[in-house]
Design a protein around this ligand. Structure first.
Ligand code: GDP
Ligand code: IMO
Ligand code: MG
Length: 429
């Protein structure tokens, strides 16, 4: 990646700043209007990114949200864990909806593969005590094998020696976890299931970093699409209640094979309130009727698993932490329309600190669970913002709310989302 190109063609990034489901898919789709290439750099089929175009709703899991614009090319980068069987389903669903991925979708050969044994283990771990509420897609176990250096990559699966490599992985798990009472039959079933997927992967496989560098040198505009959110980052999130990849900006570099100086604008996406799916601390959670009100108003049910999302107020200390971790340059504030009917809107502006003690950000899940948020309440606007497209369409109190959040977080809010459709957006950049 020669400097010359990097200076003219930085790679922009879209990241979630909370516990996922901030509306990244919608924002990526919107920004893709002026982008040539969209690349996913981490996560896998645990993600569910929704894009609404008129009466059509698309939910993407591994394929970048940019695929819905016919002029784009899309890459699933090396940092993603790929379930080949679900990838085929995802491609088929798009094809059925009239979106062709032919010649536009590529997969890095060094991306790790989620194997059926990873899903079996994830499901098993989630049935016992100590479940963390994963999506049961095998994501943590595939990343685990990657770190242990037992994993299979796309390059291994499309290699002629793939059965030998897969057998080796299976037998290691069988030895440790007794995956099956009849391992030979189970293994044969796994071979059968993956046989067709291998052919599809072989057609999509590229040298991911070299592919991105080439796009960059050709002057193509590239957008990196994050999955999950900063508070689910394996290093910086609410450990152990998080996902198994780096969801923050550093993940772009390792997950695509690009240097830090290649990064341009860093868009952070946050809802105007907070949601989380699965277990783990959530300081501003509303457990009672108000939580249910937010869930209904925001249709807060998981795009991947359908689970009800836990709901609560905006958590500014966590958001500021995420902004600092990611180096966010522009904020996209989503779902403000969900607050339209509220009399008042509380926001956690700080975490309470006992007298005489220095403020510290909680590190352990136990410390996080003990956090007492300091709530400040703003009057609601009690007026419709849904579908608003210009700043002037917003009631004054909604404008004040947006400005207040921007000040609290310390980053300009360059985009405000007022509905799930592509058109329901206010741009201020
Ligand atoms: P992602 O994982 O970050 O892409 O987000 P999800 O797709 O999981 O969840 C966001 C949900 O909110 C989806 O159903 C979107 O269609 C919807 N959505 C996005 N932006 C808005 C908005 O501004 N207002 C409303 N009401 N819904 C939105
Ligand atoms: P998008 O990209 C919200 C959560 C799971 C669980 C934890 C670990 O749509 O924002 P995993 O299956 O990754 O091992 O689960 O992380 N989680 C998400 N929550 N949105 C997501 O993705 C998520 N991906 C994983 O609910 O708590
Ligand atoms: Mg989602």
């Amino acid at each position: 990646m020669p400097d010359r190109e990097l200076q003219t063609m930085p790679i922009d990034v879209v990241l979630g700043l909370q516990w996922g489901d901030e509306g990244k898919g919608k924002i990526v789709d919107l920004l893709t209007e002026r982008v040539d290439v969209v690349a996913r750099f981490q996560g896998g089929p645990n993600a569910g990114h929704t894009i609404v175009l008129g009466d059509k709703r698309f939910i993407l899991h591994m394929i970048p949200s940019g695929i819905l614009r016919s002029h784009t090319e899309c890459l699933i980068g090396n940092g993603v864990v790929i379930d080949p069987l679900r990838l085929i389903e995802e491609i088929a669903a798009l094809t059925d909806a009239g979106i062709s991925t032919e010649g536009r979708l590529f997969v890095s050969k060094s991306a790790h593969v989620i194997l059926p044994q990873h899903i079996m283990l994830d499901e098993r771990a989630e049935t016992g005590s100590g479940a963390i509420g994963t999506t049961k897609r095998g994501v943590g176990y595939a990343y685990g094998d990657k770190a242990l250096r037992w994993g299979l990559r796309v390059a291994d699966l499309i290699d002629s020696k793939w059965t030998m490599k897969l057998r080796r992985n299976f037998e290691r798990h069988q030895g440790l976890h007794r995956l099956s009472d009849d391992p030979e039959t189970t293994l044969r079933e796994i071979f059968d299931r993956l046989a067709e997927a291998r052919d599809v992967l072989a057609q999509l496989a590229v040298d991911g970093p070299a592919w991105i560098w080439r796009c960059n040198s050709a002057g193509k505009r590239i957008l990196a699409e994050g999955a999950q959110g900063a508070m689910l980052d394996i290093d910086h999130g609410t450990y152990p209640f998080l996902t198994s990849s780096n969801t923050t900006t550093g993940g772009v570099c390792t997950g695509l094979g690009v240097p830090p100086r290649a990064i341009g604008e860093i868009w952070g996406v946050s809802k105007a309130y907070t949601t989380r799916v699965g277990e783990g601390p959530f300081p501003t959670e509303e457990l009672g009727e108000m939580g249910e009100t937010l869930r209904q108003a925001g249709s807060e049910y998981g795009a991947t698993t359908g689970r009800p999302r836990r709901c609560g107020w905006l958590d500014v200390p966590a958001l500021r932490r995420a902004v600092a971790l990611c180096g966010v340059t522009k904020l996209a504030l989503t779902k403000i329309d969900v607050l339209d009917d509220l009399d008042e809107i509380p926001v956690a502006v700080d975490y309470a600190t006992p007298d005489g003690e220095e403020a510290v950000f909680p590190i352990t899940a136990e410390q996080f669970a003990e956090v007492k948020p300091v709530l400040e309440t703003q009057p609601g606007w009690k007026n419709r913002t849904h579908a608003a497209r210009t700043w002037d369409d917003l009631p004054e109190r909604a404008q004040q709310y947006v400005e207040w959040i921007s000040e609290l977080v310390g980053v300009p809010i360059a985009m405000i989302s007022t509905g799930s459709d592509r058109q329901h957006t206010i741009r201020r950049d």
